[in-house]
Design a protein around this ligand. Structure first.
Ligand SMILES: Nc1nc2c(ncn2[C@@H]2O[C@H](COP(=O)(O)OP(=O)(O)OP(=O)(O)O)[C@@H](O)[C@H]2O)c(=O)[nH]1
Ligand SMILES: [Mg+2]
Length: 303
């Protein structure tokens, strides 16, 4: 029996649906998803099995024109994920088509071309457009880049996802599996837990606030009764932000904690006691320790 294994990097503009696709492929929520751009901040590895192949999906932060140190580190992490992968899948949104951002990614792909690395195109969110649009879009994109294969998918509804997974499975190199067969993610649990809380904060908070906070798991205690006590800190940049995150009489942070705890319990399969604390830390975006916690390289954020 010949086994195959390797890495498939999912790249694309923010909001393209990379994390949604990762979760669908894995069959569990390993990467957080919101309707807002720039949700994913680091590379998240999720493992899927198709026949004799173990496919390690590398979900990456969206590619955009970075401004802040954090943005630069995110974009560097995304391109780093692409460079290390056996196969790259560029995800684009069917209803937005060939945007300037997609064009910029294609230009970079051409510059970075790695010998032997295949790049496939996945036109996502096909549930949002009519089929005529897809034909035109496929033609336009195929002209712009020589994709190894083009897939039309809906990561959310599941259309076309099986075909993509089957194709990827046979493109990976022969070799032993990289993870035990029951492992679905390669990411410390503390980080998954922090991400779940950041997802709920991002869903509830408006404008720039989600981009100006970070969440870290401070302590994790597995108790004898099978539950876990998890302490997390939400770092914000200003006093005013702290007030908003807490909400009127602590309502916001309470709701966030409850929603995050529910997701975590589902993921871990046991009870969780989650305690959130909000701290003001004006300079966190310039602290290397924060980047270590996020799984990002601080140096990558240099201009
Ligand atoms: N209609 C529709 N919506 C989708 C589909 N796939 C993803 N979405 C939605 O698109 C939004 C963004 O999805 P994500 O998976 O977070 O996108 P992402 O590419 O990981 O975004 P970043 O992490 O910000 O780069 C969410 O609201 C998803 O529910 C799809 O196939 N159809
Ligand atoms: Mg994402």
């Amino acid at each position: 029996m010949t086994t195959r294994a390797g890495f498939v990097a999912l790249i694309g503009e923010p909001n393209a649906g990379k994390s949604t696709l990762t979760n669908r492929m894995v069959g569990a929520k390993v990467s957080i998803v919101t309707h807002k751009v720039q949700t994913t901040r680091t590379r998240i590895r999720g493992v899927a099995i198709e026949g004799e192949s173990q496919i390690v999906f590398v979900d990456t932060p969206g590619l955009f024109r970075p401004r802040r140190r954090l943005d630069r580190a995110m974009v560097a992490a995304a391109w780093g994920g692409a460079a290390d992968a056996d196969v790259v899948v560029l995800l684009i949104e069917a209803h937005r088509g060939m945007t300037e951002g997609v064009q910029a990614i294609i230009d970079s792909l051409k510059e970075r071309e790695t010998a032997g690395q295949k790049v496939a195109l996945a036109i996502n969110k096909i549930d949002r457009v009519k089929s005529e649009v897809l034909l035109q879009l496929t033609a336009k994109l195929s002209e712009a880049y020589d994709f190894a294969e083009v897939f039309m998918i809906s990561a959310e509804k599941g259309h076309g996802v099986d075909d993509l997974r089957k194709w990827l499975a046979k493109e990976l190199p022969e070799g032993p599996w990289l993870y035990p067969e029951d492992q679905i993610a390669d990411l410390p649990l503390r980080m998954i837990a922090a991400e779940m809380t950041r997802e709920k904060l991002t869903l509830r908070l408006h404008q720039e606030l989600p981009y100006q906070l970070t969440v870290e798991t401070e302590a994790w205690e597995n108790r004898k009764d099978g539950s876990a006590k998890i302490d997390q800190i939400v770092y914000v940049m200003r006093d005013g932000h702290k007030g908003i995150v807490l909400g009127n009489r602590g309502e916001t942070i309470k709701a966030v904690g409850k929603a995050a705890r529910e997701d975590l319990e589902e993921f871990l399969g046991h009870r969780v006691h989650l305690f959130l604390q909000v701290k003001v830390r004006p300079g966190w975006l310039e602290e290397s320790e924060r980047y270590d916690e996020m799984g990002l390289d601080f140096k990558d954020g240099n201009a």
